[in-house]
Write a protein that binds this ligand. Sequence first.
Ligand code: HEM
Length: 475
Amino acid sequence: KNFPPGPTPLPFFGNLLQLNRRNPLNDIDRLAERYGSIFGMYIGMQPAVVLSGQKMIREALITQAADFSGRSKSMMVSHFTENKGVIMADYGQSWREHRRFALTTLRNFGLGKKSMEQRILEEVKYISSQLEESTGKSIDPQHLYHQAASNIIASIIFGSRFDYQDEYFQTLITTMEQLTKVAIGPWAMIYEIAPFSRIFPLPFHKAFEHFGKLKKHILKVVDEHKASRVPGEPRDLIDHYLEEMEKRADQHSTFDDSQMVTLLFDLFVAGTETTSNTLRTLTLYLITHTDIQEKCQREIDEVLGFRKHTTYEDRNSMHFVQAVIHEGQRVADIVPLSMFHTARTDTQLQGYSIPKGTIIIPYLSSSLREESEWKFSKEFNPQNFLNEKGEFFKTDAFMPFSAGPRVCLGENLARMELFLILVTVLRKFRLVWPQDAGEPDFSFIFGGTQSVKPFRMNVQLRSPGEPWTNGHCNC
Ligand code: HEM
């Protein structure tokens, strides 16, 4: 009663059959146009509410945060993670403690001798040398960005990066990819809407197997850390967690080995594809908008001069580059439906009744594309983030990381990665759309994270006439 209006559900399937399974976003746009910024629907038998537009999303996730920051206990991913770690942990003490721990550790001072910035810059060197080996050739940047993003997380969690060809690293990445594929695929949907199907040997059991395999891998590394760590001198996030477990041993602590494994898994999964797909989409726009790429390069040359490296601090002097990165994130629209929240209690939103357990879907794309919020909502245009003086600014409608207490935990890390990688790459290389590649395709493949289709680019070293390559700089 008084549930937000929406399309009529069918028994058992709810509204699932009315949504395109390959990409439901057009259908969601159509429904939002018809029913407004809040509409109700059913995912199987589960009631769900879709929120559109920055005001509606902020109202639920910020103003009524305590009501709408829960997570589902009935999704397949909640079952194999047992709602541990952070991503799938319900709003409560364990989620709060683990989130706070991860945020503190991810801040610069939490990582022992090497700062986060140093760890990212170390990885940037490898990207740079891979690109250098590719000069004069055409490459698909997908693999490179993916490996780089997961290596940065690996360095933070495990204390060291992996060689791009390392077998253990490859297994870890492949298993995660296989797991994500099952967890967001049609079998997960069947698992969720038809609980009786779980007794049959159907492919969704693979997800539990993959997660078990990953857990074993991670626990092995944790055991090595236990044997080699020096108390008081944490090398990485695992050492920090072990110290925290010791400190809390005689309290009623939520910290234990199995929570740690899921937290590590969360950071790895959430921090890899998101960042690498953003870089990929941004790269596609830069190689097809050469004027924008060149303007970035001019600003980078001007600010860095003959300096060896860029630093994250440089972003404050690079208004145009900042605007380009944010515009890249806006059009990349990586997590269009955010992660689903749930209502923690029977509550009200915009005068409608929302029962406890309702799935809350913050439709982040609607805010990133909201016509009233952007000067150029439909095109790639850095002017969306520049004021009349050419200075960088952003508004509340920019929410690729979502909002409220569940806002992306890796936001700062991701922003630092995007800036340091992009500036270093553009400073050294010109990225070019291959002449024989036909028309670029900007359409998206919908998935756990949204991405553009694979594409190739030519890599050229910027000409030696440019000041920093003129023998003065050995970066
Ligand atoms: C461009 C890159 C990224 C984007 C666009 C992004 C976006 C998001 C979004 C939309 C959410 C859902 C928030 C919600 O539930 O309302 C989220 C959650 C999360 N992200 Fe990210 N993310 C990015 C990078 C990262 C990185 C690098 C990490 C790893 C350190 C990370 C870790 C997490 C975690 C742990 C959560 C769950 C937070 C919670 O439930 O409290 N993300 N992210």
